[in-house]
Design a protein around this ligand. Structure first.
Ligand code: FAD
Length: 280
């Protein structure tokens, strides 16, 4: 199934402890066997992981593992973001995942989120084509979107501002992605949109996270996962088969590659990627 032309990427979040960092280096080495196009490193709401994200990205680059930092304005001013981007450029970073991000908890008042299209425009204005720019896309609609059409229109705005490609929020219904691709094509989006894939590792965490980010867990799937709640091995095997089939359906029907939300764990993703024929 895997093809040289298909893009493969893995997402991590920056660990907070030395132990976590050490463990992640092992995860990275395991997943590097699949020769991904890049690893991406998330950015905490409001820039809360700014240094951790930056340090991890630099460390990955030093190991020749191409890393792409996620970035949002958070509460920072233009000078701070410009300096951070300059540091990334000098460190050899070639790709940025440009986001609006969310309001950090406990913050209110004058805190103003900057839409992702404005960040993309800002990067293009100050850094030209120094970076490839990824943006986020939502086949099941961003939780704050006023309407489906608005969400697609705003994605178009991110491409018009200079984004090269998009990575989606995760989903388990492939039709949501195919329908979304059709709607994007109708408004003239012709850039690649890579499905974001979430392996199924922990039932409760998945349910909680899906509720907040607007990813739909269909009723039949929820019920099935519920029945495996106290059987980690059965959940793992079911999840592996389900997500492998989802990926196969996506790739067989034109998805240009896959982006995995690894949750900083190698094995669940490695098994799926191996099933798909990568690393052979
Ligand atoms: P935007 O594209 O700016 O959209 C936000 C909302 O506003 C949408 O409802 C949209 O319809 C609307 N909108 C967009 N543009 C405009 C406009 N110009 N005017 C009016 N309305 C507009 N979060 C993190 O905190 N850290 C991460 O590292 C992180 N990585 C992510 C990676 C991926 C691949 C994805 C899919 C999500 C990620 N998120 C991350 C979550 C993301 O930050 C949240 O979903 C956030 O609420 C929206 O960010 P965005 O870049 O999609 O926002």
């Amino acid at each position: 199934m895997s093809d040289e032309a298909l893009r493969l990427s893995f997402e991590f979040f920056p660990p907070k402890t030395d132990e976590g960092r050490l463990k992640l280096a092992g995860v990275r080495d395991t997943l590097a066997e699949f020769d991904p196009d890049f690893f991406s490193v998330t950015y905490g709401a409001g820039g809360s992981t700014r240094d951790n994200t930056k340090n991890l990205v630099k460390q990955f680059n030093a190991y020749d593992a191409k890393a792409a930092p996620h970035l949002s304005f958070g509460g920072d001013d233009e000078a701070t973001i410009k300096a951070l981007l300059e540091e990334y450029r000098l460190a050899g970073v070639e790709r940025i995942v440009a986001l609006r991000g969310d309001m950090p908890s406990g913050v209110g008042g004058s805190y103003q989120l900057v839409y992702a299209n404005e960040l993309v425009a800002f990067i293009r204005q100050h850094f030209g084509d120094a970076f490839a720019l990824e943006v986020a896309a939502y086949p099941e609609v961003h939780p704050q979107a006023k309407s489906y059409d608005d969400d697609v229109r705003f994605l178009k705005g991110k491409f018009d501002a200079g984004a090269n490609s998009a990575i989606t929020q995760y989903f388990y219904n492939p039709d949501a992605y195919f329908y979304f691709m059709d709607q994007c094509a109708k408004v003239g989006i012709d850039k690649p949109i890579y499905p974001g894939i979430m392996p199924i590792i922990n039932f409760r965490n998945l349910m909680r996270f899906s509720d907040s980010c607007g990813a739909d867990i269909p009723r039949w799937l929820r019920k099935r996962l519920e029945s495996f709640e106290h059987d980690a091995e059965a959940l793992r095997d079911f999840g592996e088969e389900l997500v492998t089939e989802l990926c196969e359906t996506l790739l067989e029907n034109g998805a240009p590659g896959l982006h995995f939300y690894t949750m900083n764990q190698a094995e669940p993703v490695a098994r799926i990627v191996k099933n798909l024929g990568w690393g052979e």
